[in-house]
Design a protein around this ligand. Structure first.
Ligand code: DGY
Length: 346
């Protein structure tokens, strides 16, 4: 067993000559760690719930063959230089915008992610935010905790809006966006989607209609973001896009913070040019845009999309399996830079 959970000793280490050395940057579910140590890898994990500092990460990664890391860690040229001879970077996330994949590929480093296992959890979180904002659940909870907050049933208390029968706009129809749309069937919703390509099967299954982004923003009552963060999606939703939305509409973001211009969003929420927002991700995590926490028409969660016991357990085993396959010279199932095999003739 590698993980200690010891408060006083942050790391544990196994060393044996010629063993591949792997560094895990945070406490993750034990199942993956067991797989790594069972595969005979020299494992050191940062057994802490606080983030490792950049300086410590740069020191710890030196001489490792494998790095199992988090979306909050910048895995760039500097870090790859500090590592020296990395072979595999296994991201404990489906998104991998934290990694300079081009640089890794150039160096022949395999990069992997954890797709599929967190699809349902993240789509469910988007629904949790959608319902919370539509039915004012967080405001209601706050009221109930005040002395004499609840005065009995009131005809005009905390009126929200219906979800059933409304139009749901899915921006990015990958796994998570499609799962969110499928879950809407119980609410009899019209579904619009914006995506680079036509998703024939998805359309047949859900009746979703592909539209351009402006049409989706103009016609949707709930706009839910599911695009990866890339140069093309940075600030995809800015002041112009927000101004196209109905003033009764809500924006849900469980994708990546920088997809939305957070300052423009604060202005739109403050000016009530849109009705509300449910956010799980932020432009500069863990910092929030000034003014965001002062607004009642936004529900804020601390990046919990994949935070279920089941999803996190599966992410842990998937990241470990990716790592083991890569270090064994096999092609991990979830390689995000398959070009690396061509480039290195592997
Ligand atoms: C991911 O996997 O990219 C999520 O944002 C983390 O749960």
């Amino acid at each position: 067993m590698v993980e200690t959970g010891a408060e006083t000793r942050k790391t544990t280490q196994k060393t044996q000559k010629n063993m591949y050395k792997v560094f895990v940057t945070r406490r993750i579910p034990q199942e993956g760690l067991d797989l790594l140590s069972g595969a005979g890898l020299g494992l050191e994990s940062f057994a802490d719930d606080n983030p490792i500092s950049r300086q410590e990460l740069l020191e710890k990664v030196a001489g490792r063959d494998g790095l199992l890391c988090l979306l909050s860690e910048r895995i760039d040229k500097e870090l790859m230089d500090a590592a020296g001879s990395l072979r595999v970077i296994a991201n404990y996330a489906v998104g991998y915008d934290n990694i300079d994949v081009a640089e890794a590929t150039r160096r022949g480093i395999i990069v992997t992610n954890t797709p599929g296992v967190l699809t349902v959890a993240t789509a469910e979180m988007a629904w949790a935010l959608l319902f919370s904002i539509a039915r004012r659940v967080v405001e209601a909870d706050r009221l109930m905790r005040q002395t004499k907050g609840f005065r009995g049933w009131e005809p005009m208390l905390l009126l929200g809006e219906d979800v059933s029968g409304k139009t749901l706009g899915i921006v990015g129809a990958g796994r998570i966006g499609q799962a969110m749309a499928r879950m809407s069937r119980g609410f009899d919703m019209r579904v619009l989607y914006f995506s680079r390509s036509v998703k024939e099967d998805f359309q047949k299954e859900t009746g979703a209609q592909k539209v351009d982004l402006d049409t989706l923003l103009r016609e949707s009552d709930f706009v839910s973001l599911h695009v990866p963060l890339m140069p093309e999606t940075h600030h995809l939703i800015g002041q112009r896009e927000l101004s196209l939305m109905k003033n009764t509409a809500c924006l849900i973001n469980t994708a990546r913070g920088p997809v939305v211009d957070e300052k423009a969003l604060v202005d739109a929420l403050r000016g009530k040019t849109i009705a509300g927002a449910g956010l799980d991700v932020y432009e500069e995590e863990p910092r929030l845009a000034p003014g965001l926490t002062e607004l009642d028409n936004v529900v804020l969660a601390p990046h919990l999309g994949s935070a279920t016991v089941e999803a996190r357990r599966n992410m842990s085993t998937m990241a470990a399996e990716n790592m083991i396959a890569g270090l064994r010279g096999e092609r991990p199932e979830n390689t995000v830079n398959p070009e690396v095999f061509k480039a290195t003739g592997r």
